[in-house]
Ligand binder design. Structure first.
Ligand SMILES: [Mn+2]
Length: 445
């Protein structure tokens, strides 16, 4: 049988570099990370497996039921426990790397079958006073870890040492994941590129009378065709007032003439995901109220991108977005009173109820603290986040002028903070209303 190859990603050298950094932070502690197992969605049919992000960040190992142990200074500082090779099982469920592949392709200093974990773990944990481990995720692993710690503690008079402190691995890894390396950026930019390709396909597939899921299918087809593992999160394709539902994923209604179609979709590759939202005019042109709403959201997006640079904050961009959206809502007669009153009473929340940004990386809502020392932390080079203002006028909102009811617009780009500003990773999908409208239903490109 042909040899199994690692999935696309940052490459073995970068995984090794990440492990070296993690080892430095672990010091005389020990870290245990688990890939997890694929849950089933029907009887014995499994969801597509995707390893837990911290495990994947340090190993790149794509198979389920694997466990990594990092113990700086040990004879084998990086040990992988993986599913064994098994000729019969592999005929049914696919090729496996096995311990030999774990050493050969993934740089493990030592690798064993997962069944040996309970036997090997005492030596790997002995002497480490801090254990970096996330309990409660996998009960079978919790039992082994707890049993190991208890056994070590029981032998302390024989010189064994069990950890006193249990720390969440994210306490070390979140910051490493938040500030992207050059290799991270290359893969994340690729995820954003493929996400853009998907949206261009989605725009081409959009026409009055089509079903929302046809647009979803065109987008996800483009993702997979470009080598992505799929969508990084469930694609949102909401026509008409479905766009007012922030996480609408049923995608089962028909697109009507004159609808706006709100599409939020991103591709995942190498463990990183893009996150793009565009709002397509189904008939290839915006009505006047649609365009007015759209332009306010677009100005807010562009303002946020112009602000994104080192030293600025996520809160700063959010506050400025709230202001710009509120001004627009007042101009359109969707709100009344003064800007100060609107800001004070937060009455914009009727039309804009979410935050403007989130970190982006291996998780679509990526890890990393937003606040530090009681304040929103300043942006710095290597951070990647979304800017995604929107306006949603619920169809039953009788306080809103009728022409706006049921309209929803959200626009979202992904930006990387550079030394002196930011790089927009997703602008290959146009955002100017006429440029977007021109791509709707165009099958020649
Ligand atoms: Mn987002």
């Amino acid at each position: 049988m042909a040899q199994k190859v690692p999935p696309p990603g940052v490459g073995a050298e970068e995984y090794a570099r990440r492990r070296r950094r993690a080892m430095e932070a672990i010091g005389d502690g020990v870290m245990i990370l688990a890939a997890g197992t694929a849950p089933t969605y029907s009887n014995d049919t499994h969801y597509r497996f995707r390893p837990e992000s911290n495990f994947f960040f340090l190993t790149g190992y794509p198979e389920e039921q694997a466990v990594a142990v990092l113990r700086p200074g040990a004879d084998a500082p990086y040990t992988l426990f993986v599913r064994p090779r098994n000729e019969e099982a592999e005929i049914w469920t696919g090729r496996r790397f096995g311990p030999e592949g774990a050493r050969r392709e993934f740089g493990a200093d030592a690798a064993f079958e997962i069944g040996e974990l309970a036997d090997k773990l005492p030596d790997l944990l002995d002497g480490a006073t801090t254990l970096y481990y996330q309990p409660w995720a996998q009960r079978s692993l919790d039992r082994i870890v707890r049993g190991t710690l208890e056994a070590l503690r029981g032998k302390e008079r024989f010189g064994k040492i069990a950890a006193d402190t249990l720390v969440r691995p994210g306490a070390l890894l979140d910051e490493m994941r938040l500030i992207k390396s050059a290799a991270d950026m290359e893969v994340l930019a690729r995820a954003c590129e493929i996400s853009a390709t998907g949206h261009l396909a989605g725009l081409a597939a959009c026409r009055p009378g089509c079903m929302e899921f046809e647009i979803q299918a065109a987008i996800e087809h483009a993702f997979v065709r470009a080598g992505a593992s799929g969508a990084g999160y469930p694609s949102i394709v909401g026509a008409g007032d479905s766009g007012c539902i922030l996480h609408y994923i049923e995608n089962n209604r028909q697109v009507a003439e004159g609808d706006l179609v709100l599409v939020d979709a991103g591709a995942e590759i190498g463990g990183f995901t893009g996150d793009i939202t565009r709002t397509y005019p189904a008939s290839g042109s915006f009505t006047a109220p649609q365009r007015r709403l759209y332009e306010i959201v677009l100005e807010t997006l562009e303002q946020g991108i112009a602000m994104a640079r080192p030293g600025q904050t996520i809160d700063g961009i959010h506050e400025a977005s709230l202001k710009r959206l509120s001004e627009g809502l007042l101009e359109l007669g969707l709100l009344d009173g003064s800007l100060d009153e609107v800001m004070e009473k937060e009455s914009y929340k009727r039309y804009y109820m979410h935050r403007t940004s989130h970190w982006l990386g291996m998780d679509v809502h990526d890890v990393g603290r937003y606040r530090k020392d009681g304040a929103c932390r300043p942006l710095r080079e290597g951070m990647v986040f979304t800017i995604e203002p929107g306006l949603y006028v619920q169809p039953g909102d009788e306080r809103a002028p009728e022409e706006f009811r049921g309209l929803a617009v959200r626009l979202e780009d992904d930006v990387l903070i550079t030394a002196d500003g930011c790089r927009n990773l997703t602008r290959r999908v146009p955002v100017e209303p006429d440029a977007v409208a021109a791509l709707v239903g165009r099958t020649d490109s």
